[in-house]
Write a protein that binds this ligand. Structure first.
Ligand SMILES: [Zn+2]
Length: 311
């Protein structure tokens, strides 16, 4: 069994009111087909082949959920904001980096002998910004590096073996890289194909959070439309043994009344044979053990229960 995780930064389940929630007014034919309606707050959905749960992202800690603690919780199954005493934005602290190194789903999957792929393409500009300390390493990248998961490059992208974070390569082409322009649907095809050679494939998409903060020229509706097309492409190529999981670290894009994060729950949308592994997910800290369970059946779940993944 394999799992393909589409991680969407800053996507909560908000009110069904189109005046408030761009997910209620944007064109999302793929999501509507899967769910029978838009991706908004609702009772758990269980349709043929599809499961939608709401996951609490506050983890019992006051204030607005943030990316570093949210992603650390999602990747490790630990309650990172409770450990840190607060929600931490952007980049993980040293203590959170230790948690990610020891307990991430990437590390755990590799300990089980599984093949792990982080499908994002990293640009030379990214590596030089990190080397010059103009940019710090975020949770997903840190977890992958600590687990010995290779960071994919522009060469991988040219070979169809990676996807850039904007899906369509607009940014890279603007920087002068000789790469093909893609549609979000084609990017979805690539991700689906990459997942055929791995047990656990992860892709991080953060234009959702940037659009909600107003930090990209793309409107929330445009980014939601891209996400929906990406999903369509993924579903075109999803193998019979692969379960797709779409989830997030905190709310933001689902409420246009604020450009800050929200305390809304986030979606845990699972499509495919192992979707039942996500049936009991209640918070974002429940997602990592559920992924391990989906990947490896009873063996990994038993290891997680026996203390491998701290609660
Ligand atoms: Zn944000």
């Amino acid at each position: 069994m394999s799992v393909l995780v589409l991680f969407l930064d800053g996507v909560g389940l908000g009110e069904p009111d189109p005046a408030i929630n761009p997910f209620a007014r944007a064109a999302t034919p793929t999501l509507r087909h899967l769910l029978g309606g838009p991706l908004v707050a609702q009772e758990a959905v269980s349709r043929p082949g599809v499961l939608l749960r709401s996951a609490d992202a506050t983890l019992g800690v006051a204030g607005l959920p943030q990316s570093a603690t949210g992603q650390t919780s999602l990747l490790t199954g630990c309650n990172a904001p409770a450990i840190a005493g607060r929600h931490v934005s952007a980049y993980p602290t040293a203590a959170m980096r230790e948690l990610l190194s020891a307990h991430s789903i990437f590390a755990r999957a590799r300990q089980h002998g599984l093949r792990v792929a982080l499908a994002n393409a990293y640009s030379p500009e990214y590596f030089s910004a990190v080397a010059l300390r103009r940019l710090r390493v975020a949770a997903v990248t840190h977890a992958a590096q600590a687990a010995g998961v290779r960071l994919r490059s522009i060469d991988d992208l040219r070979a169809g073996r990676a996807v850039f974070h904007d899906l369509v390569n607009h940014r890279l082409r603007g920087w002068g890289h000789d790469v093909q322009a893609l549609t979000p649907r084609l990017a979805g095809h690539r991700l689906g194909e990459i997942s055929e050679d791995a047990d656990l494939t992860f892709f991080e998409f953060f234009l959702t959070d940037l659009a909600a903060h107003g930090r990209t020229a793309l409107s929330p509706e445009a980014v939601i439309g891209m996400t929906d097309e990406l999903l369509a492409g993924l579903l075109d190529r999803l193998g019979a043994r692969t379960t797709l999981l779409v989830t997030s670290d905190h709310g933001n894009l689902e409420d246009c009344r604020t450009s800050a994060h929200t305390r809304h729950p986030v979606p845990v949308l699972a499509v495919g044979p192992q979707r039942g592994a996500f049936r009991d997910v209640c918070t974002i800290a429940d997602v990592a053990p559920a992924i391990l369970s989906a990947l490896n059946g009873d063996r990994a779940a038993a290891a997680a229960r026996s203390g491998g993944v701290p609660a």
